[in-house]
Each structure stands twice: as C-alpha cells, then as structure tokens.
Ligand binder design. Structure first.
Ligand SMILES: [Fe+2]
Length: 423
C-alpha cells in the first residue's frame, strides 16, 4: 500500500469521532466500567450482559486481526469473534462485527489510524442472532462504511425491513449473487450456504475467502474446540471455576487444572446442552446443598449448583474435541444442515475449491491451521459411509440424545421440515 493513501485514509476519518491515541490490549488505565459497557444487551440477553471485554489478536502482521468477546448462558461462555482484514487498496473490511464497546472501537480505531478507515462491514448470516444484533450499532460508528449483508435476511416474529432492525438505510445492501460484482471482488471470493428452510425462517451463512492471506472466514458452520480455555474466556475465570466443582460446596482454587476442567465441561454444555455424562440431582437436594454454600450471592447463583458429572465425562469431551479437528457443531448436524444435505455438500465443495491454509471461525478456537481437504471432511456426516474412505469417529449417541429427541419432536409437530437421507 502506498504511504500517502494510508496517511490520507487514517486522518480523513469522516466518522464524527476524534482520533484516539493507540492503547495496548493490556492497558488498564482507562475507566473499565464504561470501556466494556454494552448498553443494548437486553435485546439479546446473553452473558456477560452489559459488560463485554474485547481481546484483539494480530493473526497476520499488518493484514488480519481477530477481536474476541465472550457470550453465554448460565456461565457457559464461549468466544464470539469478528475478523478485520486490511484491504490492499487501503482501508479495512470487518467480517461479523461484535459489540462496539468503547474498548472494541478504540482497538479498531488504532487499526484505522494505521491502515485506513473501515470500508466494508459484512453481516455473513441471516439466522445467527448473536451476530446480527451488533451490526446496526456497529455500522452507526462507521458512517463511511458500506454494510453488505447475507441475502434472504428475516426477523421473527415479524419480518421487518433491515432499517427497522437498525441497519443504516442507503448503505446497506445484500451481497451480490455473483461475487465478481462485489466491490471487494479483487481480494475476496465468497459462497452462500443456503437459504435452508427451517420453517420459522431460513438458515444461511456466507463463507469469505481472502486470497492474499489464503484465509477462510466462516461464521457458525465450522469450529474447533481447544483443550484449554481460550484467552478471552480466561479474562474472568469465575465461570470456569464455577463449573469446575463436583459439589456445590467444593472450594475451588484458581489453578490451570481447574480452569481446564471448567472449560471442558462448559464445552460439553455448549454443544450438547444436556451431555450424557451429566446428571441433574433432585431439586430438594440442590436446595439443601445450597444452604451449606459459603458464597450465596447472586453471582454464585445463590449457591445453587444442579449438576453432577458422572465418571468418564472427560472421554465425552475428548470425543467431542477429536483432538481439535474441524467440527460441524452437533446442533447444525442434527437439526439444520441435515435438512439440505446436497446443498450443504455443494457449498462445502465450492469452499474447498479455494486454496486456503487458515480458517477463522466466529466461535471457539482461532486461528485454525487447516486446508480444504480437512474442511470438506468435516461435512462427511452428510454422506453415506464409503468403504475405503477416511473414517470419522461419530459423536457419542448418549451425548446426542437430547438433540435427536428435539429433531424427532420438531419434525413431528412440523416446527422443522423432516431431515433428509444422507447422500
Ligand atoms: Fe454464531
């Protein structure tokens, strides 16, 4: 990039905000209560509600950055991530924005000052409410940016126009059908998975391929689960230690082993909701135990801990993680992508035709050193096993039980269309 372009873009902000001096991620001098504040949390009331910390990581020097926050329910917290790409012609592209807290904005403004302003904001999903919710407030902070959204957007219970959902009119556009027609076609290719009809509204996400860095940007369809808690989850270890207990009354020391134990249980909750190794004791017992807990504050759920982990839960985690292999989340395997196996496999083949060596998903671990063969293999659950092909260990039936019950139940009462045969 030409230096004059960089300087011009960096100072000609047109954003209605004053330039902010650069701050390092470790900086603790600012007022955290306002720095992490996210006032719109009641719209999608996920933990950590009105307080969100942001961790920025430079993935490829001067080219690619990830911004991680966390989200969760009942202290089951996982990373949610946006990716920022420096454009060759100057400026930045933001894929899947996160909550624009002051801290998040400051870290992005630091990049703008160096590399040029945010030119494009991509909403790559129609169904991922946890991503959609941030795009309107985020776009309002970057008034010169074009907002490009996955086609077939919808809302529930009313199908409202995008401007009613906070997306800026006049500069919000669906991604063109042909990626060659996109304003960033010289640097990116993309492929739309869906729309997959789910009754209430379709599932759809858009994979982006950044050619220069050979990086695939993915929203929800692919994850990899780390054995250790991701750094952003460790910024506040309380949820990890909460789940590391075997009994409500256990005093848990903040050690790496306990953080790891809590994380692995959180991952089982996050992917299965009700993993096979989990027992919920009778509520009478839970209430009696709660009386003996020292910390009965709201933060500790008043001492309530309705979980018992059976021996062997670690094997369940090991099967889910599969040594960090690329994984299509069980909920997508059992309730969503099996409604459109051929369309999903066609999309996976298209994505696998790109020559990437790195994947940045919007959740869990990143960056992933992975290529197109590994990506394509993650979708083998949609295919009939062929003798001689690479076998993929299936996820344990005991862990999938709840999701399979939901699959059958939703299909029966026609909330979801029936699943289709493997190809
Ligand atoms: Fe998501």
């Amino acid at each position: 990039m030409d230096d004059s372009t960089l300087n011009e873009s960096g100072t000609d902000r047109q954003l209605g905000r004053s330039p902010t001096p650069p701050l390092d991620n470790s900086d603790q001098s600012s007022d955290q209560s306002t720095d992490w504040r996210w006032p719109f949390w009641p719209i999608v009331p996920l933990y950590p509600y009105g307080n969100r910390r942001t961790l920025r990581t430079e993935v490829v020097k001067d080219t690619l950055w990830t911004f991680d926050q966390i989200q969760g329910i009942f202290y089951v917290t996982v990373p949610i991530r946006m990716t920022v790409v420096r454009l060759a012609a100057g400026g930045l592209l933001v894929y899947a924005p996160i909550a624009p807290t002051r801290e998040c904005l400051r870290r992005l403004q630091e990049l703008e000052a160096q590399y040029g302003e945010v030119k494009y904001i991509i909403l790559p999903t129609v169904s991922g409410i946890e991503h959609k919710v941030f795009v309107g407030p985020f776009a309002r902070q970057f008034r010169a940016a074009q907002v490009c959204v996955a086609p077939h957007q919808w809302s529930f219970p009313l199908n409202l126009p995008l401007s009613w959902l906070g997306l800026p009119p006049g500069r919000t556009h669906p991604l063109p059908d042909d990626p060659q027609d996109a304003p960033f076609a010289d640097e990116f290719d993309y492929a739309v998975l869906g729309p997959i009809n789910l009754g209430v509204g379709p599932f759809e996400e858009v994979a982006f391929f950044h050619r220069r860095s050979r990086t695939l940007l993915i929203t929800d369809s692919i994850v990899s689960i780390p054995a250790e808690p991701p750094p952003v989850v460790q910024l506040d270890p309380f949820p990890l230690l909460f789940h590391a207990r075997d009994r409500a009354t256990d005093a848990i020391e903040d050690t790496p082993a306990n953080r790891r134990k809590g994380w692995q249980r959180m991952a089982l909750f996050a992917f299965y909701f009700s993993p096979g190794a989990l027992e919920v004791p009778p509520w009478g017992e839970v209430l009696r135990e709660a009386q003996k807990v020292g910390d009965r504050t709201r933060r500790n759920y008043f001492g309530l801990y309705p979980f018992r982990w059976k021996p062997g839960w670690q094997e369940s985690f090991a099967a889910l993680r599969g040594e960090g292999r690329l994984l299509v989340a069980p909920i997508l395997q059992t309730l969503i992508l099996n409604r459109a196996p051929q369309e999903t496999l066609d999309w996976a083949a298209k994505v696998a035709s790109w020559d990437f060596h790195r994947i940045l998903p919007c959740h869990l671990d990143a960056p992933l050193a992975a290529d197109s063969r590994q990506f394509r293999r993650a979708f083998a659950f949609l295919e009939k096993p062929v003798s001689g092909s690479e076998a993929i260990a299936p996820l344990p039936d005991a862990d999938l039980e709840l999701l399979k019950r939901l699959d059958g139940g939703f299909s029966r009462i026609k909330i979801l269309p029936a699943s289709k045969e493997r190809i």
